[in-house]
Design a protein around this ligand. Sequence first.
Ligand code: SF4
Length: 333
Amino acid sequence: MNLRNGTTDSDNMTPQSQRVLECQNVSRDFKVGKKLFNKALDLKAVQNVSMNVNRGEVLAVVGESGCGKTTLTKMMLGLLPVTSGEILFEEEPISGIDIRSIAKKVQPVFQDPYSSLNPRKTLEAIISLPMKVHGIGTAEERRGRVLEIMRLVELPPRFLHSYPNQLSGGQRQRVAIARALIINPSILICDEPTSALDVSVQAHILNLLIDLRQELNLTYVLVSHDLAVVELLADKVAVMYLGRLIEYGPGQQIFNSPRHPYTKLLLESVLTPEPGKGLPEIALGKEFPNPLNPPSGCAFHPRCTEATEQCKITRPVLTVENGQSVECHLFSD
Ligand code: SF4
């Protein structure tokens, strides 16, 4: 892939007033498996997660399927309430903001452009829908804005009356990005934005996201299995395992000197030449544990090559050094 470098020089020096989104000790539980006479089980999908993203930054959230990424992004989009903790959007708790107002500022770009676009609507109708929903502009003004945003995402104006099935996968993802951008959101939540696309078009979409970020000073939360993409784009990286944030900090620092044994294994998986195939099992050994019955102590201990007896009994606490936090006994005092 021929890719531009998408990271910026932004770092922890960004003032607090530039903070766009912040999770403060966020948890989300689900009751599952309740049958007539059975007690429901508690699934702790996200546990005490704290992270933030400043204006113009890219925060990448990585981890295997089932680590809590999707639940976390649904809470960021206001689609799912938190069980405890708080999510702040521009320093205001989103629990106090109505869902329409959140949708004006926080827009999703989903993994699969094939299923996220209505096949019976033209591109004009699809891209202008958020303006219509929020009562923005006349029909003429909306068409003008659609054409403007199509130019921005490099879709030719002749596609205005086309339908999604007349477009390639890459073009459809451009439509999804155009729809997300049309009402000038502050932040895009991109959930595996390239993994459903052919390798040949992934680089085009990534370069588009990089260009749009620079042009519009956009902020991204990027959920991705593809650590090569994360390394390219992310200013900050949050590594999740079984609902917990186990390593978090500046992207370059985490890629250059990962501390948590799980992060180290994930980064080794970058070397596997199978984009979009998810994380390989080889280095991680045993299967991902059952989230309904998580291991005692450090939840990673059954798969960790550095585990000690203490790891089986006591859960480590998050410790911070040089802006890089890690939840592992190897780094506790
Ligand atoms: Fe491995 Fe122990 Fe660190 Fe968990 S706490 S990652 S088991 S060394």
